[in-house]
Design a protein around this ligand. Structure first.
Ligand SMILES: NC(=O)c1ccc[n+]([C@@H]2O[C@H](COP(=O)([O-])OP(=O)(O)OC[C@H]3O[C@@H](n4cnc5c(N)ncnc54)[C@H](OP(=O)(O)O)[C@@H]3O)[C@@H](O)[C@H]2O)c1
Length: 329
């Protein structure tokens, strides 16, 4: 038997509660994992609270991230005792996810935890940190290099993706600018390596102009909406924005001028269906490019029982950095 957070659809409404389940209840797949840690992402909070239609079938165990030990690897090549992680791939949305002591998932989704990380650190990174790494990789592939003296900006910097992006970029030697709506996080963001601290309205202000003064050598945007539009107007010639989030809105009001007059690139970042080769490369880089001290500084830990409260807090924009969820198997 194992404990799980199960979301059921009853009378057209999502109902979430803790249940004791038999292993036989797990979905069909080839790798069975005893989960040690999961994590809390923005999307998980939407799923747990029934907002945003994240869950695609019911009953569902939410939790888009999980890490633990293989119990049964079938003929997949994974062996009992292997330390593994899973993020995305519809886990916690259409396939039972990480808010349980056990999971059964497809081997194609399973990543061996790289040397230098353990289950807790892997979940401190989780989908948010993985997305930050994918964003930085995309910027580099489009020409960003630490040789630039111009700042690289991160929006939603106090959140999970943002904190990880600030820490990675700073570690790689970029002058990192952090946009946050929370002045009380300035000290925290400086400790992660941010040099310039900006209020949200310094970037996210509605404008009728197509272009404004060039400022940024690159950008990781977790916010969308007016923030993304403001970034596009202020990117340096030929620079790129990695667009990975919508914490501030899913619409984009822009003109084509940043693209056709400054050669600005808008790069889409998806962590969910990202291919395996790129996934492995990103996790490998996370072992070196996101220093352990920064990761620990940005991480809080909760038990599974605290998931409802923490979900409300992250949706209210009140969570700093990353939250790991301990399974207490
Ligand atoms: N593309 C992908 O594959 C992928 C993967 C992971 C996450 N995401 C998306 O990325 C975003 C961030 O995820 P997360 O897990 O890091 O969430 P998070 O921890 O809640 O961080 C979001 C941050 O955005 C800022 N923010 C919130 N509301 C805002 C608003 N109305 N206007 C401007 N800024 C606002 C806040 O930072 P400050 O208080 O510091 O301003 C907040 O901490 C979410 O939209 C999520 O869905 C996408």
């Amino acid at each position: 038997m194992f404990r799980a957070l199960v979301v059921r659809m009853e009378d057209g409404r999502q109902q979430a509660g803790f249940e004791e389940l038999d292993e036989a209840a797990l979905p069909e797949a080839d790798v069975t994992i005893r989960i040690q840690y999961s994590s809390l992402n923005y999307k998980d909070a939407l799923a747990v609270t029934g907002q945003g239609r994240v869950l695609r079938n019911f009953p569902m165990v939410p939790g888009i991230d999980l890490a633990g030990t293989v119990v049964d690897g079938g003929s997949s090549g994974f062996s009992p005792g292997d330390s593994v992680l899973v993020t995305g791939n519809t886990v916690g949305e259409a396939h039972w996810g990480g808010y349980a002591q056990m999971a059964r998932v497809r081997s194609a989704w399973v990543i061996p935890i790289p040397n230098g990380l353990d289950a807790r650190r892997a979940m401190a990174i989780g989908t948010a940190g993985f997305t930050a790494m994918l964003s930085v990789m995309a910027l580099e592939e489009h020409g960003l290099s630490p040789a630039t003296a111009d700042p690289v900006v991160v929006t939603g910097a106090g959140g999970g993706v943002g904190s990880a992006a600030v820490a990675i970029l700073s570690h790689l030697g970029y002058r990192t600018a952090a946009v946050t709506g929370r002045e009380e996080l300035h000290g925290y963001l400086r400790a992660l390596g941010a040099v310039d601290l900006l209020e949200r309205r310094e970037v996210a202000t509605a404008s009728t102009r197509g272009l404004e003064k060039e400022r940024w050598a690159g950008a990781v945007d977790a916010v969308g909406g007016e923030m993304l539009a403001g970034l596009l107007r202020t990117m340096k010639y030929g620079a790129s924005v990695a667009a990975c989030g919508l914490a501030g809105g899913s619409t984009l009001n822009t003109t084509v001028f940043p693209f056709i007059l400054r050669g600005v690139n808008l790069l889409g970042i998806d962590s969910d269906y990202c291919g395996r080769k790129r996934r492995l490369a990103a996790w490998q880089r996370l072992t070196t490019d996101l220093p352990a001290a920064a990761l620990e500084r940005m991480t809080s830990e909760i038990g599974l029982d605290e998931i409802f409260t923490a979900s409300e807090q992250i949706l209210a924009g009140a969570v700093r950095g990353r939250t790991v969820v301990r399974m207490d198997a």
